[in-house]
Write a protein that binds this ligand. Sequence first.
Ligand SMILES: N[C@@H](CCC(=O)N[C@@H](CS)C(=O)NCC(=O)O)C(=O)O
Length: 217
Amino acid sequence: MTITITAFERSPDGGKGLARDTRVRWALEEVGLPYEVRLVSFRAMKEPAHLTLHPFGQIPTFEEGDLALFETGAIVLHLAERHAGLLPDDANARARAIAWMFAALNTVEPPILELVTAKILEGDKPWAKQRMPLVEDRIRGSLEQLSARLGDADWLDGAFSAGDLMMVSVLLRLKPSGILDKHPNLAAYVARGETRPAYIRAFDAQLAVNTGKPPTG
Ligand SMILES: N[C@@H](CCC(=O)N[C@@H](CS)C(=O)NCC(=O)O)C(=O)O
């Protein structure tokens, strides 16, 4: 059955890989599934055809036969549960990998998104300058704890898993801020994710959409 995902016709990041279709592409590449991409404009995302797939009018979505999914957590978990490569066989290790997926999305990602909001959407507000240190402190707090837990391990809990895929995807957004560099083990962790062949293929594919540059892989 053909898998089709949606992605921005033109990503606001110009192809830096921060739009969330990249993490879905990465998961598909890790498990070795071919997929097609339907590109959608900002306007089309808010129209009824897309809203039946995604109630909040966003990307990415995932379609496979009768199944239509939204939310990257749900999509990556769906792929990880049905295909080898993203979750360990041992039931407890599997549960822990899933816990890391939730930690990435529920604990680590929200303050990082707040930083993006503070910089891009609220940057011109009179109180923006005062708010920024508070936002950054919240990120620093969770990074310190994450860094302590990762220690000198390659991945969060044994072998690379969907938990790492999600955590690296979430942390990638911090690269330009320099905040990540205060924790060399986290910067190395993200770099380790970025050098996985599956990530490179996913990144190149979204870059090709946004720049017209053909994928190298
Ligand atoms: N929690 C959702 C977030 C989806 C999301 O925010 N998508 C962004 C692109 S990365 C989007 O479609 N933004 C356009 C909009 O909200 O209008 C997920 O993980 O899938």
